[in-house]
Write a protein that binds this ligand. Sequence first.
Ligand code: ADP
Ligand code: MG
Length: 335
Amino acid sequence: MPTARSATAIEAVNLGKTYGRGGKAVRALDGVSFAVPTGVVFGLLGPNGAGKSTTVRILSTLSRPDSGTASVAGVDVRREPARVRRAIGYVSQKPAFDPMATGRENLVLSGRVYGLSRHDARERARGLLTRFGLGDAADRLAGTWSGGMQRKLDVAMGLVHRPRVLFLDEPTTGLDPEARADLWAEIDRLAAGDGLTVLLTTHYLEEADRLAARLVIVDAGSVVAEGSPEQLKNELRGDSVQVELAGGDADGAGHRARHAVGAVPGVADVTVEGGVLRARVGNGAAALPGVLAALDAAGVEPAAITMARPSLDDVYLRHAGRAFREADRAEGVLV
Ligand code: ADP
Ligand code: MG
């Protein structure tokens, strides 16, 4: 392993992966490339089915790509998977802890699996339990813990062997807002305080916005945008306008609204989904009268209008051509 820390902790180059074959083949990754600087939280943001878990599984050597190359902590994942495994922690989307063991037992066992002596594993478990505020519950069965505590336990188990790179696959899915905020603070601390590189996948726009110093947005197996959340939002000049149509999409109202608003000067990227029209305008306040007049002329009544600075949702919309939540829903996964 290189002794000096290089500036790039993870590099993926043109990763391709197809599951199954023939008519049932699923192209999960279609040439995914990105580079993760050392010591930051890097986000892999995308709707369900985008290829996030597949990417993480390849980078953590649990799966092999059909094409492309990748290195983690300076080591090629295909050529030296064992060395990669020693350098990384992997926290899967599904829980990995044993519910019939205590929190402490889970951590000690992880430590032993990673080759720590019994004594070192106990010490490390103690340290991590304290670090994550799990000390009081340490000797209760993990199956009885709250969802937030269980997720923290999974993260702690990924850290027993002091990895340089930590993969977190959708760490906060299913958590209530309070537990999510709590875990966000922990993840922040990992990169800021401990200098770890964290690759985090999420389908929560807010989570990527809040945690990631840099991110890629993946959609249908491809990277559609890359940068810091701020950069990506700043690339979209102007404001985003959202109009809820009073009658929804009934009687072709959505179609008429889209055409009418699309013809207003200074308005771009008009879409209508689920009775909601969204558009980008150079200057929200200046464009509003024209938008309202166009809707009126088209016989479409607005129920509510919101104007906002661009969000990551707008970034996604610009690059993938449909709203993020619609893409998530299209995958048929309840979140
Ligand atoms: P994400 O984590 O972003 O939700 P995944 O990487 O899990 O996406 O999946 C990407 C695509 O590959 C999806 O269409 C999914 O249904 C498919 N897929 C994932 N794993 C398998 C598998 N083991 N066999 C067949 N298809 C799979
Ligand atoms: Mg996944």
